[in-house]
Design a protein around this ligand. Sequence first.
Ligand SMILES: NC(=O)C1=CN([C@@H]2O[C@H](COP(=O)(O)OP(=O)(O)OC[C@H]3O[C@@H](n4cnc5c(N)ncnc54)[C@H](OP(=O)(O)O)[C@@H]3O)[C@@H](O)[C@H]2O)[C@@H](O)CC1
Ligand SMILES: Nc1ncnc2c1ncn2[C@@H]1O[C@H](COP(=O)(O)OP(=O)(O)O)[C@@H](O)[C@H]1O
Ligand SMILES: [K+]
Length: 475
Amino acid sequence: MTGYYTAAQIRAAEEATGDLLSGGVLMVRAANAVAGTVLARLRRRGAGVYGRRVLLVVGAGNNGGDALFAGATLVRRGVRVEALLLDPDRAHRAGLSAFRRVGGRVTDGVPQTLDVAVDAVVGLGGRGPLRPQAAAVFDVIAQTGATVVAVDLPSGIDPDTGVVHQPSVRADVSVTFGAPRLAHLLAGPQCGEVVVADIGIDLPESSVDSPSNTEVAQWWPLPGPHDDKYSQGVVGIVAGSATYPGAAVLSTAAAVAATSGMTRYIGPAAEQVLAVCPEVVTAAGVGAAGRVQAWAIGPGIGTGDQAHELLADVLAADLPTLIDADGLTVLARDPGLLAGRAAPTLLTPHAGEFARLAGADPTPDRLTAVRALAERMNATVLLKGRITLVADPDGRVSGNDAGSSWAATAGAGDVLTGIAGALLSAGLPARAAGVAAARVHGLAAARASGGAPIGASALRAAVAPALRELSDLRE
Ligand SMILES: NC(=O)C1=CN([C@@H]2O[C@H](COP(=O)(O)OP(=O)(O)OC[C@H]3O[C@@H](n4cnc5c(N)ncnc54)[C@H](OP(=O)(O)O)[C@@H]3O)[C@@H](O)[C@H]2O)[C@@H](O)CC1
Ligand SMILES: Nc1ncnc2c1ncn2[C@@H]1O[C@H](COP(=O)(O)OP(=O)(O)O)[C@@H](O)[C@H]1O
Ligand SMILES: [K+]
């Protein structure tokens, strides 16, 4: 499990070491990590590091100090390093003298040919967008095709909310210290590869995390010698309508693919569902479904009285329940439907459905928004998007970066519903079910795509190959 931290938590941990940050041992370790990453990226761009060109873009604080000490190390390795000081009078003193002492040069402009640019404008102290002077420098850097290495995190991104201000730096790699910051999850695509350097600080357990693929693989229910169809979970899917039979097919077929448990289907699209998945057991209504261990309701069911009745019936069963799509629209009109529930509830809104439930858009601060809604609804809330956030009512959050955006296609949410519903029926807690489903969904999208646009059917078909890849990681 990777934990993500606020700037205040990181600063507290750093203070607890008793190190004098400015030029102290922590900064030396941080600078060594930055130098190591720059050298690795130089090698990746071609043979050797001697004579290659690196520009440090240095701001007013310790973030700039890290870069200047790193620059000194790089100069000693034969790299041609220049430092562009955005605020020369406030540049980190000890760092600047170390850099100058070994022959590092200060410059006013961006060299025409450049291998690596180091973004050391701001780190944990950053607030708001990149200021105009720095923005102009990075515009020129973009034209050189240089690899951008961010110190700590790309400047112009809020460390705690991950809000990507405009303008801001987009990095190929971010080198951070001790542990990742919240921004590395919340603004993952802007940070590029995240390298976490051990600098010897201790952090408490974080309330925001993301599981590794190996952890997701360990959680995933796979049949053992004593399992049968019931022991692995029976999920009841309530989805689809005469207008939207596809939602029923996609969510049910995804549930079938996700686990070896049993999938039941309730709704008017039984014929279409059975044509694709003959193993699905259909029933006339929620009450007639027989044994079910979790419900997943909502995709394509409509938002009228009949949908309301279906949702009320499902929730009254007080089994683990996932509510998606139209089910969420119905719930937004009548939140009292959740009253008195003891079983876990997992709500899976996209931004629009979220706004209906919460009364406001989840952006820009998605983490705060998803936590607040989970607390208010007393339910686990999975906010969809490239970065999926799954919040429990107690404020703990698990996140997943899909790694690509190929899943941004109609019907992809129905597939997620099926996968997460199957996991709930197998007994996974709501937050784990949500984040594990999002992980496999993202892996399946990348696999199905291979670089070309995909539809939700292709995504669903790639669930099995994605799971095969994951199950190879089980110990
Ligand atoms: N803690 C740790 O464990 C370790 C921390 N270390 C390092 O220290 C870094 C934190 O350093 P820090 O506290 O000096 O703040 P930092 O980010 O350099 O900002 C400084 C100044 O920038 C300014 N500024 C603000 N916003 C701006 C903007 N948008 N655009 C332009 N300028 C802006 C603002 O000054 P202002 O101009 O507003 O007066 C602010 O005071 C951390 O990220 C890591 O790299 C490692 O060395 C070792 C381990
Ligand atoms: N930009 C994106 N990158 C990666 N995944 C995305 C992106 N946008 C949406 N997704 C994922 O695709 C699915 C879309 O769900 P949803 O919006 O409910 O679509 P639909 O209602 O058409 O099925 C969700 O799992 C969501 O997390
Ligand atoms: K930075």
